[in-house]
Design a protein around this ligand. Structure first.
Ligand code: CTP
Length: 436
């Protein structure tokens, strides 16, 4: 298996709560990233998921008891707790966290947690009142004071019928947090660790994890794009048909915004030309909002010159030939009004031909089939230096993960499937190398 977490060892402790079923999905996603996952199932956890399921998904034996003498001979609990790179408790129930905070070691999971010398991530899931109970608040403050990272639970409807914070975060968000703790990406964290923090439950900035070595390609060197102007387009365009209707596509803008954030972190001056999306502007980025392809084209032109252009936007290929000034009404005859389309300007192709062409022009290609063939054809047709292709049949637009293929005249580099922030960081690092 090939991924960014290649051969990183994760010891996953599954507590006894309804959210335990989501631990199965977490194991699957971690394996997909190439991590080596060993599961420890508590007695409570075994009421919700079976050791068999976890063994099949992790492709490793599952440990359930401290009194397994065979394992004490072959691999004692001390070794099990120390051979991991990271210990993850998911779901971390109120009871499990209370025992962790109290230093109690009365089963395999808590014994491992007391014996480990590795970073620990707890992912809580419990009823909203249990989450707000002073005992839980106290225990979480103690754990954080002891250096345990505790993720913030999600808000929402719960299996018990109540509503509020306490839901297990989505498995993909947990994978991102694990990647961050392993030093594999620098996405914003919802976990906190360290001492001297207040006991409320507000998320805060991540702390760097001691001993986590960054992996090549995961995060560009700070300042590697210093002094460069990077121009990025992102999101869809909306092409009006009449004052209430428009032609659009499913682009969320997340990948383009993540690239803008990564470029800004690398020290670039970043101009982000964004179609209609519901995303916050990344720190340090100048954002220009547009609606249509023609507005995007004009905004790109106005933002030149640039050293690098990364055209991530899913620009609508066509627009309505004539936008109706008033809402088009049904006339009662059952006749469908004709919708005449005309082609939009190709922003990328025009930029490549422009006499103000940036030194490096990178296009994107969202494809459903023959991904690399289409990307190679696009590279030639548009005149770009690189086309970054992604398979939108595998990863639906709007999702959190991307598997990018960087297609250049020299060949193809396929990145592993990554959370979008990590994919953005890897791409920016390659761009910085290319223009250095
Ligand atoms: N692009 C652009 N202007 C357009 C259409 C696309 O700048 N009018 C850019 C996109 O931002 C992307 C690249 O061109 O970087 C490829 O976009 P895509 O929609 O995949 O290419 P098309 O030329 O539209 O090809 P097709 O839809 O036929 O696959």
């Amino acid at each position: 298996m090939n991924g960014t977490m290649n051969s990183r060892r994760i010891l996953l402790i599954i507590g006894g709560g309804i959210a335990a079923y989501k631990a199965c999905e977490l194991v699957r996603l971690l394996r997909k990233q190439g991590a080596d996952v060993t599961c420890v199932l508590t007695e409570g956890g075994a009421h919700f998921v079976t050791a068999m399921t976890l063994a099949a998904l992790s492709e490793n034996p599952v440990h359930t008891t401290l009194w397994d003498l065979k394992n004490e001979v072959e691999m004692g609990h001390i070794q099990l707790s120390r051979q991991a790179d990271l210990v993850v408790v998911c779901p971390a129930t109120a009871d499990l966290m209370a025992r962790m905070a109290g230093g109690i070691a009365n089963d395999l999971a808590t014994t491992l947690l007391l014996a480990t010398d590795k970073p620990v991530l707890a992912v809580p899931a419990m009823n909203v009142r249990m989450w707000h109970h002073p005992a839980t608040v106290r225990n979480i403050a103690t754990l954080r004071g002891d250096g345990v990272s505790v993720m913030e639970p999600d808000d929402g409807a719960m299996a018990c019928g109540e509503f509020g914070p306490g839901r297990l975060p989505e498995p993909i968000a947990i994978v991102e947090e694990i990647a961050r703790m392993l030093g594999l990406c620098a996405s914003t964290s919802s976990a906190r660790s360290g001492s001297g923090e207040s006991t409320d439950h507000d998320p805060a900035r991540p702390e760097p994890v001691e001993g986590a070595e960054p992996v090549e390609g995961a995060e560009p060197v700070e300042g590697c794009l210093a002094g460069k102007h990077v121009l990025i387009t992102a999101g869809p365009t909306h092409e009006p048909i009449d004052p209430v209707r428009y032609i659009a596509n499913r682009s969320s803008g997340k990948q383009g915004f993540a690239i803008a954030a990564a470029a800004a972190r690398a020290g670039a001056r970043v101009t982000l030309i964004a179609g209609p999306v519901n995303l916050d502007t990344p720190q340090g980025v100048t954002r220009i909002d547009v609606e249509t392809a023609r507005q995007m084209s004009a905004a790109v032109e106005a933002a030149l010159p640039a050293d690098v252009a990364i055209m991530v936007a899913a620009v609508a290929d066509w627009r309505s030939a004539g936008e109706a000034a008033q809402k088009i009404k049904k006339d009662g005859s059952g006749q469908v009004p004709p919708l005449q389309l005309v082609e939009n300007p190709d922003i990328l192709a025009s930029l490549c031909q422009s006499d103000r062409r940036p030194a490096l022009v990178v296009g994107f290609a969202a494809e459903t089939n023959d991904v690399l063939d289409h990307a190679r054809a696009k590279l030639l047709r548009k005149g770009a230096d690189w086309i970054v292709a992604n398979d939108v049949a595998t990863h639906a637009m709007g999702g959190e993960i991307n598997g990018l293929h960087i297609v250049t005249a020299a060949g193809v580099e396929s990145l592993p499937e990554l959370p979008k922030a990590a994919a953005a960081a890897a791409l920016i690092e390659r761009i910085a190398d290319a223009i250095a």
